[in-house]
Write a protein that binds this ligand. Sequence first.
Ligand code: AP5
Length: 190
Amino acid sequence: MLNLVLFGPPGAGKGTQAIYLARTFNLVHLSTGDLLRQEIAAQTDLGRIANEIISKGELVPDSIVISMIESKLKKPKTTVGFIFDGFPRTVPQAKALDDLLRKHHSKVSVMLCLEVEKEELIGRLFKRGLTSGRCDDADAATIENRINVYNEKTAPIISYYESQGKYHPIHGIGAVDEIAARLSDAVEEL
Ligand code: AP5
């Protein structure tokens, strides 16, 4: 199986590029952000909890997102693999993903890390916030906090995958199709 972790700070282009990669390599796209937003839209209890946390730019507890991914992996799929977008976001989540995939006799193939400077991230998120209605794009302080949370709690995952020889940085600035080609080339080289 081909299991890609698509990694990077908020606004790096994970969601945009995951769609291309999923289509190119026939993978199932799993985004914990999208799953949480579905819960918020459905006004479930989980959605109410998630909305409060997401609107502050903080992380939803590991136990919640891990069980969301677990339930998705349990469903029988005729797929050649998965693309994980926005998950894992902490070292415990990365370890849990390894455990879950091991149960399915599989493993993470590579971690593709989109590298984009902070000013570009803020510009992209602020621009999207003008029309998206996403609570976490709503103001400069929340966007700033999301980037700080990424640096503090999520970026340490890079060392986790680097130590396994799976970390692969990708330049994340340029036209969407150029970045898609860089990512596809990296996967082809695997
Ligand atoms: P999530 O939905 O994962 O949001 P995020 O990581 O903040 O990522 P974004 O969706 O903002 O950015 P992206 O990198 O996907 O870029 P995109 O393609 O959208 O998570 C939201 C929240 O849910 C988290 O903050 C957290 O609270 C919670 N959560 C989710 N997963 C969790 C987990 N595992 N653990 C705990 N909590 C979790 O692009 C961004 C914008 O840039 C778009 O407008 C796009 O059109 C534009 N763009 C894309 N590419 C380019 C380009 N090349 N040039 C110019 N603009 C571009």
